[in-house]
Write a new protein. Structure first.
Length: 647
C-alpha cells in the first residue's frame, strides 16, 4: 500500500507509518506514566530532603510540586515548585528569608549518567529576600560600671554582615547551570526604607561565575521615593568575586569596581565619582535625614577617587584612600589631593586632610546654607582662598586670604561702604572653641596695622574678641561720613563680646593724634569707652579744638557771642557721653577758651537722624552767658537765653 502526499512524488510506506503511530502511542503512554509517577508525594518529599541536605540549618517550606515534560513547545524535563520559603536565623550573623511564589527547576537529564542531579538555568520571578542581623541575647547578669562596654561602632556592627560563608563556583556548577532573576527584591531589616530591585539579573555557573544585572536602588520617603539605576557586571573564579558597577546620576556618573575573596574575607575596591551635582546629592542626603538642613548649593559638581583594601571583618583598621577630590562650580574650587578616610570612626581623619580652596564665594555659600554668620554691618563677605586642615568637626584649622569684602557704615541715615581688598584669616577649632585672628588687612584707600582676635562658639556669632590696632585709616569718603572730615593714625585697644552676631559688650580705648574737618581740627583725642547692651558710655578728652571761618558753624557762633577773632580755639576738653540706638546724651562737656582762658560748659541731647539740642554756658566779655543750640539736618541755630533761664 502506498499513501500519496498531495501531488508530489514523496511516498510513505505503510510499514513506516505504522511504526510512527506505534512510537507516538508509546511516547504518550510513557510520558503519562512518568508524569503520574513523578507527581506523587515521593517527589515532593525527595525535593524537601535534597534541599535540607543542601542547606543544613535552614527552615524550608514548599507548596505544590509539579513535573514538567516540556519547556514551551520544546521537550524538557523539570520541576515547578510553588510557594518556596527558605529561612535561616542566627544571632550575631546574617540571617535571611527567601520567598518565591513560583520557581521552575529545569533538570539536565544528561547529569543522571554521572549519578547525581544537576539543574539547568533556574528562573526566579517576583521573589523576595529579606536580610536580618539579630543580636544575641545578653546573659542576665548585673553590670558594674567597670563591666559596661561602649556601644559598638558602625564597623563592629557591620562585621557580622560581611561574615558570609566561603563559596566556590565549581561546587555550584556541579548542581546548576545558572540563575535568572526577574523582579527580584532585596530588603534589610535594620533599614526597611531601602530596597534593591533586580529588574533582570543573570548568574551563569561555568568554569567561572558570570553576572549581568540591571538593578534599581530605591529609598522610600514619607513624601515619595528616590530611585537610582545600577548596571552590574561581575566575574567569579574559585572563591574570588570581581565586580564592576556603574550608575548615572543626572550629568554625573559613579563607577565602583573591586574584588572579594570569600575564603579569607579580604577585599579591595575603588570608586570613581565624576561630575556629580552637589545640589542633588545634598538634597537626597537631607531627604534621607543624613544632614539636618536643606542646602541649596547650585551649579557645583563633585569628582573624586577612592580606594580601599583589607579584611571585611576589620573594616575600621584600613582607611579609604581618597585621591584627586575636587568640587568645582559657581562657588569656587575645593581640591583634596589625597587623604586617608576612616568612615567608621568618630574622627574620619587620623592625619589632617589638607584641602586647597580657591576663590570660594562666601556670600552665596552662606545663603545656600541658610545661615547668618557675621554681623549685619558686613554687606559683602567676598571670596576666600587658602588651606583647610580637617580631622573632624571639632578639630580643624583654616589659613588663607579673604578678598573683596565690603563693610557698611552709616551716619544721619547716610550709608557708605568700605572695600577691604584683603584680610589674612587664621582660624582654628579645638573641641567646640573657635579661635580666629584677622591681620594683614589691606583697606582700599586706607591703612591698617594690627590684629583682631576672636574666641567664638560653634555658631560663629557668639564669643569674645580683642582688638590690638595701632593704625586704622578708612577711605576719605567713609571718614568724612563718620566725623565730617578725617583723622591720622587711629589706635584701638580693647576687649569685647558678641552675641548672636551683634556687639554685646566692649571696653577699651581709642586714640587719635589728629583729626580734622571742614573749618575745624582737633588734637590728641583719647576716648575711653564701655558698651553694654543698648548703651555706649564714653569718657573723652582732647588737648585742643580749633574752628575757622571755613566751618559752617563759625559765623553763627561769632555772631551770637560777639567774639572778634579769625578763629575759635578751646583747650583741655573733657566730656562724658552716653550713646543709645535712637540717640544719646551729652552729660557734661568742659573746655577752656584759649583767648580768654575762661571755662565753657555744655550739656545736651540728640535724637538719631533728627536733631541735637544743647545748652552752652561760657564767659564772654567778662560775664557768664547762656546759649541754646539746635542742630538739625546740618543747620545750626544759636540763641542766647535770659539770665533767669540759667537757674
Amino acid at each position: 500500500m502506498r499513501i500519496l502526499r498531495g501531488k508530489s512524488n514523496l511516498e510513505v510506506s505503510s510499514h513506516g507509518f505504522a511504526l510512527f503511530v506505534f512510537g507516538l502511542i508509546l511516547a504518550t503512554f510513557i510520558g503519562g506514566a512518568v508524569r503520574t509517577l513523578l507527581s506523587s508525594n515521593r517527589i515532593h518529599e525527595r525535593i524537601v530532603r535534597e534541599l535540607a541536605r543542601a542547606f543544613p540549618g535552614h527552615e524550608i517550606k514548599i507548596g505544590e510540586t509539579e513535573v514538567l515534560l516540556s519547556r514551551g513547545i520544546w521537550p524538557g524535563f523539570g520541576v515547578q515548585i510553588s510557594d518556596l520559603t527558605l529561612r535561616k536565623e542566627a544571632c550575631g550573623k546574617l540571617g535571611f528569608e527567601l520567598k518565591v511564589p513560583s520557581v521552575i527547576l529545569p533538570i539536565n537529564v544528561f547529569s543522571f549518567k554521572d549519578g547525581h542531579l544537576r539543574l539547568g538555568k533556574v528562573e526566579l520571578i517576583s521573589a523576595h529576600v529579606h536580610l536580618d542581623n539579630k543580636e544575641c541575647p545578653d546573659e542576665p547578669v548585673a553590670e558594674s560600671p567597670a563591666q559596661m562596654q561602649p556601644a559598638p561602632t558602625m564597623a563592629q556592627a557591620a562585621a557580622p554582615i560581611m561574615a558570609l560563608p566561603a563559596l566556590t563556583w565549581q561546587e555550584l556548577r556541579r548542581f546548576i547551570d545558572g540563575v535568572a532573576l526577574y523582579d527580584f527584591t532585596l530588603t534589610y531589616e535594620q533599614d526597611p526604607t531601602w530596597r534593591l530591585i533586580f529588574d533582570s539579573a543573570r548568574f551563569r555557573f561555568g568554569r567561572e561565575l558570570r553576572i549581568n544585572a540591571l538593578v534599581k536602588a530605591i529609598k522610600t520617603l514619607p513624601f515619595g521615593t528616590i530611585e537610582h539605576g545600577l548596571d552590574i557586571r561581575g566575574r567569579g573564579e574559585g572563591s574570588l568575586l570581581e565586580w564592576n558597577v556603574t550608575s548615572d546620576f543626572k550629568e554625573g556618573r559613579i563607577h565602583w569596581r573591586g574584588q572579594w575573596d570569600m575564603s579569607s574575607q579580604s577585599a579591595a575596591s575603588s570608586v570613581e565619582i565624576s561630575q556629580l551635582p552637589i545640589k542633588d546629592v545634598l538634597n537626597e542626603l537631607y531627604q534621607m535625614d543624613i544632614i539636618d538642613r536643606e542646602v541649596q548649593i547650585r551649579a557645583s559638581w563633585l569628582s573624586c577617587g577612592g580606594q580601599w583594601e583589607g579584611s571585611l571583618l576589620k573594616l575600621s583598621e584600613n582607611p579609604v584612600r581618597l585621591s584627586d577630590c575636587k568640587i568645582e562650580g559657581a562657588y569656587g574650587g575645593i581640591h583634596l589631593e589625597e587623604a586617608d578616610l576612616y568612615p567608621f570612626e568618630q574622627s574620619p581623619f587620623k592625619v589632617p586632610a589638607e584641602f586647597r580652596i580657591k576663590g570660594l564665594k562666601l556670600q552665596p555659600l552662606v545663603e545656600a546654607l541658610n545661615r547668618k554668620v557675621l554681623p549685619t554691618v558686613i554687606a559683602k563677605l567676598g571670596s576666600w582662598s587658602g588651606q583647610v586642615r580637617f580631622m573632624n568637626k571639632n578639630v580643624w584649622s583654616v589659613d588663607g586670604l579673604l578678598e573683596s569684602m565690603e563693610v557698611v557704615f552709616s551716619n544721619q541715615s547716610v550709608r557708605g561702604k568700605q572695600l577691604i581688598r584683603k584680610i589674612r584669616t587664621k582660624v582654628e577649632k579645638v573641641e567646640g572653641l573657635i579661635a580666629a585672628r584677622l591681620d594683614q588687612v589691606q583697606i582700599v584707600n586706607g591703612e591698617f596695622d594690627g590684629a583682631l582676635e576672636f574666641q567664638l562658639a560653634d555658631d560663629w556669632r557668639s564669643g569674645s574678641f580683642t582688638s590690638n590696632i595701632n593704625n586704622l585709616r578708612f577711605s576719605p569718603p567713609v571718614e568724612d561720613l563718620l566725623i565730617g572730615g578725617g583723622w591720622s593714625a587711629l589706635k584701638v585697644q580693647g576687649q569685647g563680646r558678641l552675641n548672636g552676631g551683634e556687639l554685646s559688650e566692649w571696653k577699651g580705648t581709642i586714640e587719635i593724634p589728629e583729626l580734622h574737618g571742614s573749618g575745624w581740627a582737633g588734637e590728641d583725642l583719647v576716648v575711653e569707652g564701655k558698651y553694654v547692651p543698648g548703651l555706649f558710655q564714653i569718657n573723652a578728652r582732647m588737648s585742643q579744638v580749633r574752628m575757622t571761618p571755613a566751618s559752617k558753624y563759625f559765623p553763627v557762633i561769632r555772631e551770637r557771642t560777639g567774639i572778634d577773632s579769625d578763629s575759635l580755639r578751646w583747650q583741655q576738653l573733657r566730656s562724658k557721653v552716653e550713646i543709645r540706638n535712637n540717640g544719646g546724651d551729652i552729660l557734661s562737656l568742659t573746655a577752656i577758651e584759649a583767648g580768654s582762658g575762661k571755662p565753657w560748659q555744655a550739656r545736651g541731647t540728640w535724637q538719631r537722624d533728627r536733631e541735637l539740642l544743647a545748652s552752652v554756658n561760657g564767659m564772654v566779655d567778662g560775664r557768664s552767658r547762656l546759649f541754646a543750640i539746635r542742630i538739625e539736618k546740618g543747620l545750626m541755630t544759636m540763641d542766647e537765653q535770659p539770665p533767669t533761664a540759667a537757674h
